[in-house]
Design a protein around this ligand. Sequence first.
Ligand SMILES: [Zn+2]
Length: 219
Amino acid sequence: MAEYRSDLPPRPERIARLPLDVRGFPIPWFVWVKPDGTPDFRVIREHGIAIAYKKQLCWVCGEKLGRYHAFVVGPMCGVNRVTSEPSCHRECGEYAAIACPFLTKPLAIRNERGLPESAGAAGQMIKRNPGAVLLWVQKEPPKPFRVDNGHLFRLSDPVELRCFSRSKPANIEDVLYSVRTGMPLLAAMAKKDGPQAERALRQQAAVFDRILRESYVHA
Ligand SMILES: [Zn+2]
């Protein structure tokens, strides 16, 4: 039996109930476990998104969600309000944001070789390392909507917003920097969709700016 890694932060109770892989990492609920018992952290379990959403289970620990819906998302998701994954407990999200952002980002990987088809979630993924992750906490479940290759979720206004970079709480400047450098990517996508999409993006960016100033919990 592997021991919980000493280089990881202390675990909340629900995370402590998760099984560990051979390296001592907790295996999040959403992870696909191969028939031979080894987890593939890059791949979402079969029907994972639908099951978690319908049964209102935490994406990270798999237990029933409570009052709050938390998301560990890239800063640009704060602008376009879209995420590919259902919600998790606040503590589970915080743990994931600190322990390893990639634990909750099966598609945020640099090595995509050997991935089965449709390994991850729907939508267009922004393939860059955001350098910072947002912990976005809201009171309502996210609203699912259909896209060509599956479902995505729309985020409501957050009641709490924090940011982590390299496993530590980040400054608001780090978030702003990440948004500034990611904006051209969103702008390019909006440009393809036409002037209405470009206008909508400008509005979204302004709203996120306001939310950051109102809800951000400073490091
Ligand atoms: Zn949880």
